[in-house]
Ligand binder design. Structure first.
Ligand code: G3P
Ligand code: MG
Length: 223
């Protein structure tokens, strides 16, 4: 079972920062998950549409320029990273799951991938709750793996995953049942579960046969 560091290793360092990603690698994560929003045709690594919770700034991303956002402190003196920076620090070291958060992210990711060497794409998975963004990625980057993030309606998400020929479906811990795991596996989908932080939960997911878990503490997967 894969251990995927959630927003890097957000239980151990400020989420979605390069420090958090380095920490996840140090703690032995197989993959890291990050969230991206589109700002001025670039992809910035941040979870929310506002900067309040994770930086020393106030307000919405759209009310900032790219340079202003880059000047904010995202915790322990870290800047909000660009996706390009994350690609550089993860390539050859750890798999990268890019979660598309905002509108327009699929289009911008597509143009970034056009100039990205194949080596960066070998261990890359693009996921989203936003099916139009994923659709765009699939249409324009057939070689990139995609994962459907399932909310409450797993049936609907499985239908989307089938339509998009997705690699994986990502299910909330509270929604996982043996039935869903078997159903997804029967359709050839990997099952990744978020967010799994307690050792006992991680063990239970392994027993259930899921293929990977997202955790804020990527060192909590014991044998
Ligand atoms: O990709 C799994 C998980 O990150 C989805 O939820 O809100 O943490 O981005 P969220
Ligand atoms: Mg996420």
């Amino acid at each position: 079972m894969l251990m995927i560091g959630h927003r890097g290793a957000m239980g151990c360092a400020p989420e979605n920062t390069l420090l958090s990603i380095h920490k996840a690698i140090e703690l032995g994560a197989d993959w890291v998950e990050i969230d991206v929003h589109c700002v001025a045709d670039k992809l910035l690594v941040i979870h929310d549409e506002t900067v309040d919770r994770t930086t020393n700034g106030r307000g919405k991303l759209i009310d900032y320029s790219f340079e202003e956002l880059r000047a904010l402190d995202a915790g322990l003196g870290q800047r909000i990273p660009t996706l390009q920076e994350v690609l550089e620090v993860t390539v050859g070291k750890v798999g990268l799951n890019i979660e598309l958060k905002g509108l327009g992210t699929g289009k911008v990711l597509t143009s970034l991938l056009r100039n990205t060497p194949e080596t960066y794409k070998n261990k890359m998975l693009v996921s989203s709750f936003l099916m139009p963004e994923l659709e765009q990625v699939v249409r324009l980057n057939q070689h990139v793996k995609v994962g459907v993030l399932a909310g409450n309606n797993i049936n609907e998400s499985i239908a989307w995953a089938t339509k998009l020929k997705a690699f994986s479906i990502h299910i909330r811990l509270q929604k996982v049942t043996p039935k869903w795991v078997d159903r997804a596996h029967d359709l050839g989908l990997k099952v990744y579960v978020y967010t799994v932080n307690k050792v006992v939960q991680i063990r239970r997911m392994k027993e259930l046969g899921v293929d990977g878990v997202f955790s804020d503490y990527p060192n909590r997967l014991t044998s």
